[in-house]
Design a binder for this molecule. Structure first.
Ligand code: F6P
Length: 225
């Protein structure tokens, strides 16, 4: 399973990249706004900086348009920023038409705002490279986000669809583990749940004991001399 970081914060992207486990980045208009990136030129520049920071891997950049012609025009501009850019398109009727156009014209896409298996089938039929089910938001509405990942994974296997399942709206380390178990190809998560995977109290206790024993042994050896 690939790991993407879900942020537009450059320091956090660098931290995940330096950990050596980063395969890509996803952003959305809310995340760009959170970093204070405003205006077309500033947004384009920020995407370029992210691409240069993550020397390899897909960087999702979301369109703001909602009609097919405008989505295509905006997507072409985004794709021209850098070869790593993947155009993120919403799951709406015009979005599906645009996904097909991008697929026919060699531009990579990520179909976003997916909340059902039916939507995931349409995204795959239209040739999306990634489909993004929002598992945290599904959980928030009293459904089971991880179950949706399982269902899409099963359907894609049966039907031989090549679209990769990108589990989005991740809220915890357990979400990441459950998505891996459910067959997600990629998980996009904020930095905190990724770092949360490192933690286990028994690791800390075990390491403290090993270090203490090694210190004792070194002291004994020094005493023998
Ligand atoms: O529910 P949240 O935490 O706002 O997450 C929304 C998700 O939408 C996305 O735009 C999908 O890629 C991600 O950036 C994010 O994982």
């Amino acid at each position: 399973m690939k790991f993407f970081i879900d942020t537009a914060n450059l320091a956090q992207i660098k931290e995940a990249h330096d950990l050596g486990i980063l395969d890509g980045v996803t952003t959305n208009p809310s995340l760009m706004a959170k970093e204070g990136v405003k205006g077309e030129e500033a947004v384009m520049k920020h995407y370029l900086t992210i691409c240069e920071l993550v020397d390899d891997g897909d960087i999702s950049a979301e369109v703001l348009s909602t009609t097919v012609d405008e989505i295509i025009e905006e997507g072409k501009k985004l794709a021209a920023i850098h070869p790593q850019i993947v155009v993120k398109v919403p799951m709406i009727k015009d979005g599906v038409k645009a996904l097909k156009w991008f697929s026919d014209n060699g531009i990579k896409t990520n179909c976003t705002l997916v909340f059902s298996a039916g939507q995931a089938i349409l995204a795959a039929k239209a040739g999306a490279n990634y489909v993004s089910p929002f598992i945290g938001r599904i959980d928030d509405s009293n459904w089971d986000g991880v179950e949706l990942i399982k269902q899409i994974s099963q359907i894609y296997k049966i039907q031989g669809y090549k679209t990769e399942i990108l589990a989005a709206s991740i809220r915890s380390p357990l979400h990441i583990v459950k998505c891996a178990e459910a067959g997600a190809d990629v998980v996009t998560s904020p930095l905190e749940p990724i770092l949360g995977l490192l933690k286990h109290p028994l690791t800390d206790i075990g390491l403290a004991k090993f270090l203490e024993d090694a210190k004792k042994m070194r002291a004994e050896l020094a005493g023998v001399k």
